[in-house]
Design a protein around this ligand. Structure first.
Ligand code: BDP
Length: 617
């Protein structure tokens, strides 16, 4: 077991707490005095208050006046994409923490460690299984196992939820249909809900991925998403449960994938029951390093909605790359008023490796998710500073500031070396790690291939989503639609998301597009070298030496990858035009042919190229 982190150890002193009372409001107060007192609405919020007091004391911040806290979101939920066989979809930190084969007899002590980590940042819900849900989880044997986990998480205020497979009545009990208007189907779900609540009285509810990527759903039976969601919601209602119904769908109602979820869901606004929350990914496509906000989040005033963020770094370098995601989420919350949203979900980056997340800095993203779900008004800098002090255990002020600065720029660096200026989804097919802008997989869906998104050709690059193209911009409220529709007003960091522009298109800065693209790739790569230098500079202040070396190795891998991304993308794009590279760009190390043949190795800690080591030193 690696080090027990500071904020866990403080909570361990508390031992176990009585079961969470059903409460309508959550609050706690820190009251100044010789010892800071904690008043709270419940044992669980008292736990949050104690964590807050501990955080302040570790950071040397005195409590001079009453601090009162209430969460912004009632539901602050981790979504685990964990399968019953122990694998984790898009998980990069080992196997699932849930040991289904040992349960219910054996209860891993790590469940409580996990719960303490969550409670320390106010996370109060966990969906235990993958949205690509196996019906097995709803079988009686598995529900008994789920109940054991729920018993461990309950004292920490974490309610358990399950992803439900819409065809479970057919798969578990051979019903001829899963049509939500069928009486037997409705009864099946009612009985299933009763069974669940007998075992888990505070069960949170269901998360459902329906009619998406091969998952069954109400549309298979000619019914709408609202009909499907409401059937489940009615089964849960008398028990106090909710349904989180995902809007991640993209059946080809329009040729532009970015428009499809809106087209399918917006007309259903107002048709969902009050205990249904429509769960919408932050952007219209799929957790890309940068996306505009999903227009659906701004277009369902008659429906409860909740954003889904991705904590696991499916598209941001897995657990090899340091990418502090709070700035991405801060950017997101600057585009949507949190008070219009009911809850917040984050796809977890947690696995059974000793530190839970593999990359030590990936814990900062778990931490940041919880903190923002409690208070989306916090700045990334505040969150980073808290994390560096309380979890990384750095006390030296100068080193703390350097690490915080390094973290704050890290997400933008990933955008720069992977897909700047609004480019998106130019990943290698399947694993979403390395670059493959040239990728062609015969027979694959066009909208799973990079060329569909970057549209590079001799006339330019980018996806025309303006009114002359797919008009995805038109799905936004007027002021945003106008802004995005005109390349002269569209924010430069989304330019190629909304426009296809000539390689020599002149930007307001006077630079041409090609030069600017090159400089973004270069800046991203240089940032990774800078992170390596910073990390070496702060070595003296990092208490855990094993962790220090682990991060150093990962940073080298990241720099290697950044160089690979830069060479691959610029090398490929330069085949479409005859413009020279700007003089201030470092020469490429890999030839396009080499990269097209070899592919970026995905395994951890491949040896960095000697050029990386030369470049850092
Ligand atoms: C994509 C992932 C896929 C998920 C899907 C989803 O690549 O593994 O199943 O999202 O959110 O990002 O359902």
């Amino acid at each position: 077991m690696n080090k027990v982190t500071a904020f866990i150890s403080a909570l361990m002193l508390l031992g176990s707490l009585p079961a969470m009372a059903k409460k309508t409001s959550e609050w706690y107060r820190l009251i100044p005095g010789d010892t800071v007192a904690v008043e709270a609405s419940s044992p669980v919020t008292r736990l949050y208050g104690l964590a807050h007091r501990d955080r302040l004391s570790r950071m040397g911040v005195p409590v001079t006046q009453i601090i009162e806290e209430r969460p912004r979101f009632a539901h602050r939920i981790l979504n685990h994409w964990d399968n019953p066989d122990g694998t984790v979809e898009r998980g990069y930190a080992g196997k699932s923490i849930w040991r289904w084969d040992e349960l219910p007899e054996t209860v891993s002590p790590r469940y409580a460690d996990y719960a303490r980590m969550c409670a320390a940042v106010g996370i109060n819900g966990a969906v235990l299984n993958n949205v690509n849900a196996s019906s097995t989880i709803l079988s009686h044997d598995y529900l008994v196992k789920v109940a054991r986990i729920a018993d461990v998480l309950r004292p920490y205020g974490i309610r358990v939820y399950l992803s439900a497979n819409f065809a479970a009545p057919m798969q578990l009990d051979s019903l001829p249909t899963a049509d939500p208007t069928d009486r037997n189907v409705r009864q099946w779900w009612n009985r299933k809900a009763d069974e669940i609540y007998r075992l888990i009285p505070d069960f949170g509810g269901f998360l459902v991925k329906a009619n998406s990527e091969g998952q069954p759903g109400p549309c298979d039976f000619g019914r709408t998403h609202a009909q499907g969601a409401n059937m489940l919601a009615r089964a849960l209602k008398k028990h106090g449960g909710i349904v989180m119904w995902r809007a991640f769908v993209y059946s080809p109602a329009d040729a532009d994938r970015a428009k499809q979820a809106y087209i399918e869901f917006q007309p259903l606004d107002g048709q969902f029951d009050s205990n249904v929350i429509v769960q919408i990914k932050n952007g219209p496509i799929d957790f890309q390093p940068r996306e505009p906000i999903s227009p659906l989040l701004l277009a369902m005033p008659g429906t409860r909605t909740m954003p889904e963020l991705q904590i696991t770094q499916e598209y941001l370098g897995h657990s090899n790359h340091l990418a502090f995601l709070a700035p991405m989420w801060e950017e997101f919350f600057s585009q949507v008023d949190p008070s219009t949203q009911t809850a917040l979900a984050g796809v977890a980056n947690i696995g059974d490796v000793p530190n839970f997340t593999a990359h030590p800095f990936a814990r900062a993203n778990w931490y940041a998710f919880g903190r923002l779900a409690w208070n989306p008004g916090l700045t990334s800098g505040e969150i980073a500073r808290e994390w560096v002090t309380t979890d990384l255990g750095v006390t030296d002020l100068a080193a703390t500031e350097k690490i915080v600065r390094m973290m704050l720029g890290s997400r933008e660096a990933v955008v720069d070396y992977m897909m700047p200026m609004g480019l998106h989804h130019i990943f290698a097919f399947g694993h979403h790690y390395g670059p493959e802008p040239w990728c062609d997989v015969p027979g694959a869906r066009p909208d799973w291939l990079p060329k569909y998104y970057h549209r590079a050709d001799s006339t330019g690059i980018g996806f025309d989503r303006s009114p002359t193209g797919s008009d995805a911009a038109g799905q936004y409220p007027d002021s945003l639609a106008r802004l995005y529709s005109d390349p002269r007003t569209c924010p430069e960091n989304l330019l190629l998301w909304f426009h296809h522009l000539p390689w020599d298109y002149r930007l307001p800065s006077g630079e041409i597009l090609w030069d600017s693209l090159c400089r973004h790739y270069e800046a991203g790569y240089q940032y990774t070298l800078g992170m390596l230098r910073t990390w070496e500079e702060v070595e003296y202040a990092v208490p855990d030496k094993e962790l220090y070396s682990d991060v150093l190795r990962r940073l080298m891998t990241q720099a290697r990858d950044a160089q690979w991304w830069k060479d691959a993308c610029l090398g490929y794009f330069s085949t479409f035009h005859k413009l020279p590279y700007p003089e201030d760009i470092t020469p490429s190390v890999h030839s396009l042919d080499e990269m097209m043949r070899i592919h970026l190795p995905i395994t951890n800690f491949e040896c960095p190229t000697p050029q990386i080591l030369d470049a850092v030193r």
